[in-house]
Design a protein around this ligand. Structure first.
Ligand code: OGA
Ligand code: MN
Length: 299
């Protein structure tokens, strides 16, 4: 059966029906999903029942899977497989984390507007977040359309941003939340990386802002000017006309294009309700400066 594409917002989020992601997909189904993905940027697949393997198998249609930073930075056993990011508030025994848990302190950063893995030299292309259990109240995810936000900039700002290169680091966004206790290994694994502030999405030719709370510097600007510009751009890009808020249902899989969206989690009572979310993350094809034809060195 052909998949169904139901727009949820005008041109940014759509629900995909008549598809069961737990089974192998036909080539025409994959092609239709990809087409909808390039058209919209956020796709919602409701009522899915997936094993970890089926989740990863579906994500592989979009590209190669990234290893989660938890696995990169720690040899400790993880609650879920290391090619899935554990976005839950649960410990390896599936209990709600403690108030003082380190993962909790790090996870607060997901409440800031960001795009996944922009702090990696090879950033993410897409994220596929799957809801296994959700709190009865709160814990939504908001998405902002960076193509529409770019289009709405005035010409002078578009010109100013055209060639700018920002430096992204996980430590920059975590500093904003007061988290500074990164280990030596984490700092070495994740040094600041360069990314374009504006990029072009190859599949549809649209220009997009590529910004995040992970930005701490912009080449050629003072630190103060860089932070002021980023704060201003994030405020512009997250105005309500650019934002879709996803209220989760168990079994939703939401896939977003990290190249042209930002997202953030909203608060919930994370010491009371389990929220079990798994994320598969697909790598982009190259660093954004390289994609723009600008040679940069990986740190
Ligand atoms: C993510 C993320 C926010 C949320 O999974 O990348 O930022 O609402 N999640 O869980
Ligand atoms: Mn995220």
């Amino acid at each position: 059966m052909a998949i169904t594409v139901w727009p949820v917002t005008d041109g940014f989020a759509a629900e995909i029906g008549d598809v069961d992601l737990s089974r192998p997909l036909e080539a025409d189904e994959v092609a239709a999903i990809k087409q909808a993905f390039w058209d919209y940027g956020v796709l919602i697949f409701p009522a899915q029942d997936l094993t970890e393997q089926q989740h990863v198998d579906f994500a592989r249609h979009i590209g190669p899977i990234e290893i989660s930073i938890a696995a990169l930075n720690s040899d400790a056993p993880q609650r879920i497989r290391t090619d899935l990011a554990d976005v839950s508030n649960l410990n390896p025994r599936n209990e709600i984390w403690g108030e003082k848990s380190r993962r909790r302190a790090l996870g607060v950063g997901n409440r800031l507007w960001h795009t996944d893995s922009s702090f990696k030299f090879l950033p993410a292309r897409a994220s596929l977040l799957y809801a296994r259990s959700i709190p009865p109240i709160g814990g939504h995810t908001e998405f902002a359309d960076m193509r529409a936000a770019y289009d709405a900039l005035d010409e002078a700002m578009k010109e100013r941003l055209a060639e700018l290169i920002a430096e992204h680091a996980l430590s920059y966004s975590r500093e904003r939340t007061g988290f500074t206790s990164f280990t030596e290994r984490e700092r070495n694994n994740l040094p600041p990386v360069p990314q374009m502030v504006v990029r072009t999405i190859p599949e549809n030719g649209r220009r997009s802002l590529y910004i995040a709370s992970h930005i701490g510097r912009i080449r050629g600007l003072s630190e103060d000017d860089a932070c002021a510009l980023i704060d201003r751009l994030i405020a512009h890009a997250t105005q309500r006309q650019f934002v879709y808020t996803h209220r989760w249902r168990t079994g939703d899989l939401v896939m977003w294009d990290d190249r042209c969206t930002m997202h953030r989690g909203t608060a919930f009572d994370d010491l009371r309700w389990p929220r079990d979310m798994h994320r598969a993350t697909v790598s982009d094809i190259a660093n954004t400066c390289e994609q723009a034809g600008i040679a940069v060195a990986a740190a």
